[in-house]
Design a protein around this ligand. Sequence first.
Ligand SMILES: Cc1cc2nc3c(=O)[nH]c(=O)nc-3n(C[C@H](O)[C@H](O)[C@H](O)COP(=O)(O)O)c2cc1C
Length: 338
Amino acid sequence: MTASFHRLPPIQIGAICIDPPLLLAPMAGITDLPFRTICRRYGVGMTVTEMIASRAVEQKRPRTENMAVVGEDESPVAVQIAGSDPDYLSQAARWAVAHGADMVDINMGCPVKKICKQVAGSALLKDEPKVAELLRAVVAAVEVPVTLKVRTGWDQTSKNVAQIARIAEESGVQMLTVHGRTRAQMFQGDANWEDIGLAVDAVTIPVIGNGDVVDGASARELVRVSGCAGVMVGRAVQGNPWLMGEVAAALRGESCPPPPSNEERWAVVEEHMQRLATHHGEFRASQLVRKHVVWYSKGMLHSAQFRGHFQRLRSWQEQRDTARDYFLSNGQVLAHVA
Ligand SMILES: Cc1cc2nc3c(=O)[nH]c(=O)nc-3n(C[C@H](O)[C@H](O)[C@H](O)COP(=O)(O)O)c2cc1C
């Protein structure tokens, strides 16, 4: 399916409007509340929490509770759950709604071995009756819209994304996101956007296309090739929340906003660090900033030296001061070690 468009229209699901139809991909260990809050500002139309295992919900661990915290003005937002037992999954869905989820998203795309062994995540794609059973149970359990995120199938020989899409629609799912890779591909090779189109053609519910969007042009190409109603972006936004401004503008048919100045970049890095410390506590935040801050430095002067140096820092104060000197000098501070 190919579709030409000037401005991709908002997606309406009941009373919920996703405008622009641009979603931040759920990424475990990355898209927590601090990062979602920052990305949202640049034009994301909907956010999704990291995946939460339905069994973990029952154990009531503080870390699980923390993962389901949504921002005061973070709406629309989905809490993503995973599992293979209809009762646990329904219970987790009700818990998600109690935590403020506008929608409940079910993960049937996770390729991680530990999850697949429990026949959850993408392993479920091999068992279509089970998919229907789980989706129906969750749809019946909550009043809010239920959405689903999948891959295109288990492997090259068993791609069943069109059939899964039909099952989802018949079960009452109101929006489907397709990552254009099979489980066997993990993150290798290119995402197949034509395969996303197979789901688009099979159903009337909105289908969100996902996989390998890296800029405004690739977002528009994904829509053109697949005919998807919206776009989800993941890895390319790590350390680059401004990318969401570029993709949002492209989907509206507008020109790309200018890149951030050094001062703007540092202001966002500093805010991100502060939000991580508030949300997770300084100890955990100090571990998390090692990847985030290094991602923000990608493409800047002497970023390899900065990465090596920053990873060795232990105290929060040192991390903060080192990052500030690096970003505000646009990397020049490391000129002497280069
Ligand atoms: C580190 C990491 C963690 C992820 N965690 C989740 C997750 O919790 N739930 C989910 O549905 N997908 C998860 N994904 C998959 C992404 O949501 C997305 O489908 C995938 O990265 C492809 O999109 P991209 O090419 O824009 O990154 C994760 C991906 C990465 C790289």
